[in-house]
Design a protein around this ligand. Structure first.
Ligand SMILES: Nc1ncnc2c1ncn2[C@@H]1O[C@H](COP(=O)(O)OP(=O)(O)OP(=O)(O)O)[C@@H](O)[C@H]1O
Ligand SMILES: [Mg+2]
Length: 411
């Protein structure tokens, strides 16, 4: 895959008071309801929103700083921080990754004249760091109304000047306009990767609908698979991909013979997916197919996407699927992770059974309401697996010895 996210560090965003999440090609988050798994995904959603709209509007749509900052402790935190490491730009390496950091500071202002309402002011600091060519790095630092660009050679730093930028504007949304010699290409690369992020969760009712042929984007699967019929038609044009997808669907759905397409009500503008099922005289349109069948087709469509975004999060991936289908799902996730990066949330021990320790992140929450992610390091997980005589991860997790369960290890 052309580069990936290596690590996410967050301070004081929702329940994420201070977490550092290592991210591999496939990262599966498990843990109790309310542990903070979706909050991790929302960090990326916030960053993508900042790129599309800018910092202030992205905070405003979430109700403002105090609404999203950590609610634990006795007063609002004075800062919120997001820091990413990735290998997205051309010269980055695992040891010299791209880094992006955003800190939003909150300063309380004196009470209003009526003496009641406390108000606050926000400021932000941002930094981008890229490795450019051998021995040469570049840093862009944004504070107040200034963006400063520094070239760092071995021991020497050259200041290339500053660029006027509005006080609460984010470099993610404004700096892609910089010229290539000032690092605009690298900022654009980071912004493109972050803005392509999607949380995928099949909306079964929407996915059952026929797709209009006119005015629909067939080549990009929508986040809730609303254009599933259209996207499957698109995939059916690639013979090898399509044959593999249909073979997988047949493995999971015992009665399936084939996946075909049909015009709806004689209209040439609308097409629906129909299933040829063993023993039936008629084809089954997706509108009458089972819930799990529709979710499976949505998931397979995503996993066989030849041009996926840089990273995809899948909420509750096991939802509606037979436990034995999850082995195939994990296998396809790993294969698709060569083209994109996955962050997946699940509650299924059957799915976790198929994971390797480095793909598995246990999420928990402490007495103060703060998420603990990961609750165990990969080495700790490996040690527990070894001590158990190599029991499958899902069994160990379900029995409570890996944490992130409801029993505190008492089951
Ligand atoms: N600003 C905040 N400060 C502290 N905690 C917060 C804040 N906003 C939300 N939360 C907590 O985050 C919890 C929700 O977390 P999240 O949605 O990430 O859980 P989850 O692990 O995805 O659970 P599920 O498995 O049920 O989807 C809420 O129950 C609430 O306790
Ligand atoms: Mg959730």
């Amino acid at each position: 895959m052309p580069g990936r996210l290596l690590e996410l560090h967050v301070e004081n965003f929702r329940s994420l008071r201070d977490v550092t999440v290592p991210l591999g090609p496939l990262t599966v988050l498990v843990g109790p309801n309310g542990a903070g798994k979706s909050n991790v995904l929302e960090v990326f959603d916030l960053l993508a929103d900042i790129i599309r709209t800018d910092l202030q509007p992205a905070l405003d749509t979430r109700g403002g700083f105090d609404e999203v900052a950590f609610w634990g402790g006795n007063k609002p935190p004075t800062s919120m921080r997001i820091h990413l490491k990735a290998t997205w730009t051309t010269n980055s390496t695992l040891n010299a990754p791209d880094e992006y950091g955003l800190t939003i500071r909150r300063r309380s202002l004196p009470a209003n004249r009526d003496g009641k309402r406390l108000t606050y002011a926000l400021s932000r600091e941002e930094s981008f760091a890229f490795k450019r060519r051998q021995g040469r790095g570049r840093r862009i630092k944004i504070t107040g109304e200034e963006a400063r660009i520094l070239d760092v050679r071995a021991g020497e730093s050259k200041d290339s000047g500053s660029f006027g930028i509005r006080r609460l504007s984010s470099g993610l949304s404004t700096l892609p306009r910089l010229g290539p010699s000032d690092g605009g290409d690298e900022v654009t690369r980071v912004a493109d990767r972050l803005s392509s992020f999607r949380v995928f969760d099949v909306d079964v009712a929407a996915a059952r609908q026929p797709t209009r042929l006119r005015g629909t984007d067939f080549a990009t699967l929508s986040p809730h698979a609303e254009n599933l019929a259209g996207f499957l038609i698109h995939l059916s044009g690639r013979e090898e991909t399509w044959n593999d997808l249909v073979a997988d669907a047949r493995t999971v759905l015992p009665h399936l013979e084939n996946i075909e397409f049909e015009e709806v009500g004689g209209s040439t503008d609308q097409l629906t997916v129909v299933l040829r099922e063993r023993g039936l005289r008629r084809l089954t349109p997706l509108a009458y197919a089972s819930y799990g069948t529709v979710r499976l087709l949505g998931l397979l469509a995503l996993l066989y996407d030849p041009n996926p975004p840089a990273f995809t999060c899948i909420e509750e991936i096991d939802h509606g699927l037979h436990p034995q289908a999850l082995e195939l799902v994990v296998q396809r996730l790993r294969e698709a992770a060569e083209r994109t990066q996955f962050i997946v949330a699940t509650h299924s021990p059957a799915l976790v059974n198929r994971l390797r320790p480095e793909e598995f992140v246990v999420c928990d929450r402490d007495e103060d309401g703060a998420s603990i992610i990961p609750a165990l390091t990969v080495d700790e997980v490996k040690e527990i697996v070894e001590e158990s005589g190599e029991q499958p991860l899902g069994e160990l997790w379900f029995s409570g010895v890996l944490g992130g369960d409801l029993t505190g290890g008492e089951l």
